[in-house]
Ligand binder design. Structure first.
Ligand code: FES
Length: 105
């Protein structure tokens, strides 16, 4: 399934991410600038922060308490903020649109 990443300058990148991999892992594998994933996906860094397109928000599993706590540590959190290491790819997420924050620090 494909994920569409849009950066703060509106540049668009598409990446094929295997089912079962997280959006963070896929972004790192495809060298998408803006997703760092420094903690390796264990909810300890918030450098995988992204904004999920509102049309897709309901299709994702809900934000856990631990994720919500870490989102507070991200730069410019918004209502549609997610940590991309907590989004596991499924076929149903083909075409998912994710916006990248201006900065992870
Ligand atoms: Fe560190 Fe997602 S990679 S919280």
């Amino acid at each position: 399934p494909q994920v569409i990443f849009i950066d703060a300058q509106d540049n668009q990148f598409e990446a094929d991410i295997e089912v079962g991999h997280t959006v963070m892992e896929g972004a790192v594998d495809h060298m998408i600038d803006g997703i760092l994933g420094e903690c390796g996906g264990v909810l300890a860094c918030a450098t995988c922060h992204c904004y999920v397109d509102p049309a897709w928000q309901d299709k994702l599993p809900p934000v856990s308490e631990a994720e919500a706590d870490m989102i507070e540590a991200a730069v410019e959190p918004k209502a549609n903020s997610r940590l991309s290491c907590q989004i596991e790819m499924t076929e149903a997420l083909d075409g998912l649109v994710v916006r990248l924050p201006r900065s992870q620090y």
